[in-house]
Write a protein that binds this ligand. Sequence first.
Ligand code: MG
Length: 380
Amino acid sequence: MIAALLMAAGRGERFGAPEPKQYALLLGRPVLRVAAEALLEGGHISHLQPVCAAGEEGRIAAMLEGLPHLPPVAGGATRQASVKAGLAALASLAPNVVLVHDAARPIIPPGTIAALLAALAQSSGAIPAQPVSDTLKRGSADGIEETVPRAGLFRAQTPQAFRFATLRDAHDAATAEATDDAQLLEWRGERVALIPGHESNIKITFPEDLTRVEASLLPRLMPRIGTGFDVHRLVEGRPLVLCGITVPHTLGLEGHSDADVGIHALCDAIYGALAEGDIGRHFPPSQMKWKDADSAQFLIHAAGRIAARGGMLVNADVTLICEQPKIGPHAQAMMVRLAELMGVEVKRVGVKATTTERLGFTGRGEGIAAQAAVSLLIPD
Ligand code: MG
């Protein structure tokens, strides 16, 4: 039995953000979730034990929803104390092998876990490590003191793999703080193997690391665009709902649902970008249950389809076409509402309006038209 500790208890002071780095969104998903998926890939791990800051257990479980994992446990004041708490949580399972992985390392290169497990046949522990390629200097504010020979120097990465009982004993016996788990075994004279690490196994420490990791993942994602267009007739006796906002007006839009022409165009743009048909296919107007329906649920569904495909919304641009009412005073509220429904940042959504110079049906005030364009990134 092979278990893994997903170490997410760090507070990440260096990241400069109010949130720990493992909670940051990587292409729309928490870093620690991407790290958990990387650990589980390949099917080596039978038990995934998240370790988090005390009080964060529920939040971590929510971020890992849908992945097989044990209930998160609270760590301690130091990383070492947190690993020890994770090992204690696994004690009753008594796995043969435990992997310890930083939740801030979302990329585990293919073959890493298999190589670590193979190395354990000859050693008590194994870690991925990269030879140091830069020239190393020891220095201070006064300048260089000396050049440090880099031969035989490696940068240690995670996941680190250990025989469970050996690591547990090493933690129980530890009298000082180690930099990583391998060091605890080194102190006891245990053999720890080095397997080849990889540049892509980046520990997210600074905000630019997140950008680097996203860039390394982007080639797997294809940009896709979609457009949508919709028209509804203006009539008396109906509320006017545009882009999720009820706009005060003497007329409202006629339709089977609440006739939110902006949301309908936006949904069609999303379904179009996904090549998943249109809003009528997902919410047939022939079905009574959509009578006077709040179109917000259509947009929540469309955004959910992006997530289900493993993609993200880059941006959405909605144009409302009408003479009246004036959209400008409501545009900001519309952007906030659309972003909220799609679960994205407001900066990803634009809402603007135009008239048709009193020409045509929109110019005569017979109806309101809307068009929308979206850009998505979707795994190919
Ligand atoms: Mg419509």
